[in-house]
Design a binder for this molecule. Structure first.
Ligand SMILES: Nc1ncnc2c1ncn2[C@@H]1O[C@H](COP(=O)(O)OP(=O)(O)OP(=O)(O)O)[C@@H](O)[C@H]1O
Length: 601
């Protein structure tokens, strides 16, 4: 099985080779993210090394102050003690300043990387073709942009910092302690054994438990997004109670998973403190005896105690690193998978310049399948002369939308070519293609913003006059004027809400202003009242004038204004003729037409 792209994302049973391939893909992504900031990374590292050394040096000056400064002070020489205190303060200040600098530096690096990654994920998912979006749910994409990026942010913000500074801190402290007094150093090394055992135990246990929290949180997000995007269906089918139960269950799982993680900390944290305290007690006893013997100076003992104490301070954070690393690695694997996906509808490398399109659409030897094992449109030819209005009719699932999607190049045919004025759509620059061919879908999606913004989507540089002219042309002007702020009404604000028919008129205006030579229209099935239907019908006529049009027609009145009707059945065009010819015949369309007519009476 393949693990390229998002395939196998939900699997847990990778073979060695697959795991390696995924890891390498993550590392390549990480490398490409780090490359632009590598100079800053080196600078930050240098700052961490110096600041840690400065912090660790403190107890050495204290030992010197007590061992040498105090006796000197008793002999009226205050210079050694002042020197020790001065040096202690100086390294303290240097340490503090460098920590501040380093915090800013590393935060900037992490922000730069996250900014880059966030942008890449967004741009890339937006570029991917429809087939990707139809199978990869929005819940999963949202999880990539939110919790996965958060996991990476956590690693960059604290995980790596804690690891690097913690490691340096422990190493420097151990070196200083050995240099100061090797016997205490031995005690410290002895205490490393239980420390490592405890940490290993914690990591093993927590790895599985942290994974459970991540899975639980991802499930929560997906369920939430699905419930909210499908809120109409939820309400219509009274799915609230069931949702409440499902969501309640998921929240419970999440809470329990978190509780299990916290239980582990409940053992690990006190364990660390205990080991640290026992080590300290041993250092004190061993050191105390030697002080009594006169083989160890009291200042040195104090410094060894300070070192033993501070040695354990970063241990917990370092143990945590492993977890933030694990979640970030899992996130990086998923994100790199999305980034590895290639648009199935690729942009041409050397596009053909389409000067002034006429609007002739030709299908030659076209066959189409969404998935290789099921052909939806068996091989066919179709020629649509420029300027013709075609009504596509047929029962549900016949393949009408699929045919329309091929004309707008949402998909490429499996075999054969779809061309505009003789040029294969695959050879057209996306800009030319979108200018020449516009598809108006049933949903007539309105983006947040004003009514004018939504119309101008068809032509971003449109002037207000052009917007109003487009609205007038399709018959939308009157109702827009009636909105609270006219063209400046926010479509998402109360009062700016528009009806289904009005929404359609707005999408007509949007298409009208875009002025494509080929227009594909998936007519909304929602039944409109008679005045709205008439309004939409009139708008449609203006919109269709002087261009090639393919309408997936659900209304009799629309079929009547077409020059030609294509009837589809199981992916094949079974009838092709003028409305009058087909109505007069005895075929499928004549039956459909009779049924329609009867339904109107
Ligand atoms: N993204 C997809 N992946 C796989 N199969 C699909 C996809 N979209 C549609 N199909 C299948 O292709 C066939 C044709 O669907 P299509 O949407 O083109 O029909 P239609 O005639 O437009 O139907 P309707 O009038 O209900 O919209 C159906 O059997 C459908 O199950």
């Amino acid at each position: 099985m393949s693990v390229t792209g998002v395939e196998g994302e939900e699997r847990n049973d990778y073979t060695k080779e697959e795991s390696r391939a995924i890891r390498q893909r993550s590392l390549r992504l990480l490398g490409s993210l780090l490359r632009p900031v590598r100079a800053r990374v080196f600078l930050t590292m240098a700052v961490v090394v110096i600041s840690t050394a400065a912090q660790v040096a403190g107890p050495l000056f204290i030992a010197y102050g007590i061992n040498n400064g105090l006796p000197a002070l008793l002999a009226q020489d205050w210079f050694p003690l002042a020197g020790a205190v001065g040096a202690y303060l100086f390294t303290g200040v240097i340490g503090a300043v460098l920590i501040a600098w380093y915090t800013v530096l590393s935060a900037r690096i992490s922000q730069t990387i996250l900014f880059d990654l966030r942008k890449r994920v967004f741009l890339h998912t937006q570029r991917l073709s429809l087939d990707f979006h139809e199978s990869y749910t929005s819940g999963r994409i949202i999880a990539r942009q939110t919790s996965d990026l958060d996991a990476i942010r956590e690693l960059l913000d604290s995980g790596i910092n804690n690891l690097v500074s913690g490691l340096l801190y422990m190493t420097f402290t151990a070196i200083a302690l050995i240099a100061l007094d090797w016997v205490s150093g031995l005690v410290l090394f002895g205490s490393l054994v239980p420390l490592l055992l405890l940490t290993r135990w914690f990591q093993k246990r927590s790895q599985a438990r942290f994974r459970q929290t991540r899975t639980a949180s991802a499930r929560l997000i997906v369920h939430f997004v699905e419930s909210m995007t499908g809120i109409r269906a939820v309400k219509a089918f009274r799915k609230e109670k069931r949702n409440e139960k499902e969501f309640g269950g998921l929240v419970e799982d999440y809470r329990d998973a978190n509780a299990r993680v916290i239980q582990l900390f409940g053992i690990y944290d006190p364990g660390l403190v205990l080991i640290g305290n026992i080590a300290l007690a041993i250092v004190l006893v061993v050191g105390g005896i030697r002080v009594a013997d006169g083989t160890l100076l009291i200042g040195t003992l104090l410094a060894t105690l300070l070192y033993t104490r501070q040695f354990y301070a970063p241990a917990e954070e370092m143990a945590m690193f492993y977890n933030s690393y694990q979640s970030a690695a899992a996130a990086l694997e998923k994100i790199s998978g999305v980034l590895e996906e290639k648009p199935s509808v690729a942009d041409p490398t050397r596009p053909i310049d389409l000067r002034k399109a006429q609007g002739r659409v030709t299908f030659s030897g076209v066959e189409f399948a969404y998935k290789s094992d099921r052909v939806i449109l068996p091989t066919f030819d179709l020629d649509i002369p420029a300027g013709q209005t075609i009504a596509l009719v047929g029962s549900t699932g016949a393949g009408k939308s699929t045919l329309a999607k091929l004309i707008s190049r949402f998909y490429d045919p499996t075999l054969g070519t779809v061309s505009l004025d003789g040029v294969d759509l695959r050879r057209l620059h996306p800009k030319d293609l979108r200018r020449a061919i516009v598809m108006v879908t049933q949903e007539a999606y309105l983006f947040s913003g004003t009514v004018a913004d939504n119309i101008a989507l068809g032509k971003p540089d449109a002037t207000r006059e052009e917007i109003v002219a487009a609205a007038r042309a399709v018959g939308a002007h009157e109702f827009i004027e009636g909105l609270p702020n006219g063209y400046d009404t926010d479509v998402n604000k109360r009062g700016g809400r528009v009806s289904a028919g009005q929404r359609q008129l707005l999408s007509f205006a949007r298409a009208f202003i875009a002025d494509p030579v080929v227009l594909i229209l998936d007519e909304a099935t929602a039944s409109l009242d008679i005045p709205s239907e008439r309004l939409v019908q009139e708008g449609l006529q203006t919109l269709l004038a002087d261009r090639t049009a393919v309408i997936i027609a659900h209304r009799l009145s629309t079929v009547a204004i077409a020059d030609r009707v294509l009837v589809m059945e199981h992916g094949r065009i079974v009838e092709d003729g003028t409305p009058a010819e087909l109505i007069g015949g005895t075929g499928r369309f004549a039956q459909l037409h009779a049924a329609w007519r009867d339904s109107l009476v």
